[in-house]
Design a protein around this ligand. Structure first.
Ligand SMILES: NC(=O)c1ccc[n+]([C@@H]2O[C@H](COP(=O)([O-])OP(=O)(O)OC[C@H]3O[C@@H](n4cnc5c(N)ncnc54)[C@H](O)[C@@H]3O)[C@@H](O)[C@H]2O)c1
Length: 306
């Protein structure tokens, strides 16, 4: 498995130059206290995007409450955050259970006195295979984790934020925007996450609560790499070819988007589904493949009658 890039003190303030077109640009950027004193809840924090976001937020001064089904992974993330001098606690949480989510968010208030940011990020692949063979229980579990889990997270975040504002971020997917980018139940749930964010954003805007979604493209995390024979290295090579930008999507690419939406830098942003996909969703219908385009002998295409 590719290690999640770590933010260490020695990396802060450093930008490493690219050494070629296919090299990954450095993800190390200076820590600037952009979440200083903010109380933040992150679900799905044991692994992948959630773990990378927890560490990035820790380096930016956040106080963290982390939730996940995976206790060992969640405790390990909390430990790494504390090593960056952040305050961080972990709670075993099943986001499909409303009580679990409510308790997770309540913990932020009892621990730090307030709740400023919630990142609803926990996820799984869910029901896969031919649609007509999808079992009811697999469909229901997919919706329970991916869509109801976000519903619970947004609902209880609003309960705590309505008097002082806040930022709610949820992980959708390019699969929620484009047919064929993911399994059917997963894609439908992720489309729901983006739209839930838009409609709730309207309802709570007057209370200074911002609600946004992030739509990642292919990111090399265990949700993908555990399903690819050969693991993270092979997955990384496959993902590199998925989109126009010739690089592998990394958890920190998404963590940086979450940081923007969590920080006051995005104070005027709400109801958006922010696409972070290396250009994956850019290609639309093509009249001709790029290598078969007709040669054009001028630099300007004027009116067709000329
Ligand atoms: N990796 C990608 O290419 C990609 C693309 C688009 C969207 N996403 C979304 O990003 C989010 C994070 O996924 P990731 O890529 O980091 O994968 P990941 O598997 O590394 O992390 C997902 C985490 O969610 C946790 N989780 C699963 N079910 C849970 C539940 N019921 N309650 C609490 N925690 C639960 C897992 O234990 C895991 O730690 C997911 O919502 C996923 O759908 C991922």
């Amino acid at each position: 498995m590719l290690a999640t890039p770590r933010i260490r003190g020695s990396q802060r303030g450093t930008r490493v130059a690219r050494d070629g077109v296919n090299a990954q640009p450095s993800l190390a950027v200076p820590a600037m206290g952009r979440l200083s004193g903010k109380s933040v809840v992150i679900t799905g924090a044991a692994s992948g995007i959630g773990a990378a976001t927890a560490e990035l937020f820790a380096s930016e001064g956040a106080n963290l409450v982390l939730g996940d089904l995976n206790e060992a992974g969640g405790e390990a993330t909390a430990e790494r955050c504390r090593a960056i001098s952040a305050r961080a606690v972990f709670l075993r949480t099943d986001v499909a259970e409303e009580d679990d989510v409510a308790k997770l968010l309540d913990r932020a208030v009892s621990e730090y006195g307030q709740l400023d940011v919630v990142f609803n990020n926990a996820g799984l692949g869910g029901a896969v295979g031919p649609f007509e063979e999808t079992r009811r229980e697999d469909w229901d579990r997919t919706m329970a984790v991916l869509l109801s889990g976000v519903f619970f997270g947004i609902k209880h975040a609003v309960r705590h934020m309505k008097d002082r504002g806040g930022s709610i971020i949820s992980t959708s997917s390019v699969a929620g925007l484009r047919a064929g980018a993911g399994p059917i139940a997963y894609s439908v749930a992720k489309a729901g996450v983006a739209h839930l964010s838009r409609v709730v954003a309207l309802e709570v805007a007057a209370q200074q609560i911002r609600v946004n979604a992030i739509c990642p493209g292919g990111i090399n995390t265990p949700i993908i790499s555990t399903r690819v024979p050969g693991g993270p290295e092979v997955a990384g090579e496959l993902l590199k070819q998925l989109q126009p930008l010739p690089m592998t999507g990394q958890p920190l690419h998404i963590a940086h988007a979450a940081l923007f939406l969590a920080s006051d830098e995005s104070a005027f942003v709400t109801g958006q589904a922010l696409v972070i996909d290396g250009g994956f969703t850019l290609p639309g219908m093509r009249f001709t493949p790029p290598d078969q385009r007709p040669a054009i002998d001028t630099t300007f295409a004027g009116p067709s009658f000329e």
